[in-house]
Write a protein of this length. Structure first.
Length: 175
């Protein structure tokens, strides 16, 4: 479901006027981030300060700050008042997801966890590219390149999820 929502609503800018498309896309994209957080929680991700490696204390503030720095320094001057709140919520959920994915437990399959982390971070990078294109309307080749990167990030997420998914995760047990 979280892979289909962005693909379906990615084409909404061709059918819906731009001011409404920005609001619809922002709402559904940060809804997608909420679904990803719930997915990671069901796979066993949780904040435990006692199990933090020292490197996490160095990188987590940086990773959490990147979407907000982009929001305040790049997007904030371009946004009108109606879109500032939605895009801020989008940055909040994007930053939370980029940090929360780091807390997936390690498994025997080393690459699955790292593919999920790379897929989420690549998705956030493509959302930054797409938002610059939508609000600035410059850069002719940004939008197709961002769509190619978004599709490849979803492929990384699919491969990572299928190789990472454990038999004792809550999703598999419920079904």
């Amino acid at each position: 479901m979280t892979l289909l929502i962005p693909l379906i609503f990615g084409f909404s800018r061709y059918f819906i006027p731009d001011p409404l498309a920005i609001k619809v896309n922002a709402f559904f994209y940060f809804s997608t981030y909420v679904l990803w957080i719930l997915q990671f929680k069901s796979l066993g991700a949780e904040f435990k300060i006692s199990k933090f490696p020292f490197a996490y204390f160095l990188f987590i503030p940086l990773i959490f700050a990147i979407p907000f720095l982009y929001y305040f320094f790049v997007l904030f001057p371009m946004l009108n008042h109606g879109n500032k709140v939605l895009v801020f919520l989008f940055a909040l959920f994007a930053a939370s997801t980029c940090v929360y994915v780091l807390f997936l437990p390690t498994t025997k399959d080393f690459s699955g966890r790292h593919l999920i982390i790379f897929g989420i971070w690549l998705t956030e990078f493509t959302h930054m590219m797409q938002s610059y294109y939508h609000f600035n309307n410059e850069g002719l080749f940004i939008y197709p390149f961002a769509r190619i990167l978004q599709t490849s990030s979803f492929i990384f997420l699919l491969i990572g999820m299928t190789s990472y998914c454990r038999r004792n995760s809550r999703i598999i047990i419920e079904y």
